[in-house]
Design a protein around this ligand. Structure first.
Ligand code: SME
Length: 152
């Protein structure tokens, strides 16, 4: 069953009350891991130097760092500024395997003032875990994060 994304968006709006990117991104990871079923990793990668993603707050196993814009599903999302939804990461040659359990992946770019601030990466052990409704719902949650946070 698709989660109630409008309700989750309202709950996230209430939770993110600091405007601080570090606190808000840590809270957002914990919230998503708690509320969305079948995830093994959720986290932020930040662009802190040109064309490179640095690992930010996350929940899950220790992960890959750094990720250049030229590599992996996260790099593609950062480079194209388009959400990447992958049903089976084993079928993607470019995928960077951090946790062997990961099977499906959704990466949403985070753009503020026309600058790529970072990406939100969600991994699932279940193949085809993320459908169109999940993509739209999670993009809405990222929009809430952007709205409620001062992004540097
Ligand atoms: N799988 C990602 C790398 C990040 S981890 O999944 C946490 C990728 O291919 O970009």
């Amino acid at each position: 069953m698709t989660p109630d994304y409008p309700l989750l968006a309202r709950q996230l709006e209430a939770l993110l009350d600091t405007r601080d990117w570090l606190t808000n991104s840590a809270q957002a990871c914990a919230f998503l891991m708690q509320e969305l079923p079948d995830l093994n990793w959720v986290g932020f990668y930040l662009q802190r130097q040109p064309e490179m993603l640095s690992l930010g707050p996350f929940q899950g196993k220790p992960a890959c760092h750094p990720i250049p814009f030229t590599k992996g599903v996260c790099g593609t999302a950062a480079r194209t500024r388009e959400t990447q939804r992958v049903a089976d990461v084993h079928a993607v040659a470019d995928h960077i395997a951090c946790d062997a359990d990961s099977r499906a992946e959704l990466v949403v770019p985070i753009v503020a003032n026309d600058r790529l601030w970072g990406v939100l990466d969600l991994d699932s052990p279940r193949q085809a875990r993320f459908g169109e409704a999940d993509q739209a719902g999670i993009e809405r949650l990222v929009a809430v994060f952007i709205e409620k946070t001062d992004l540097e």
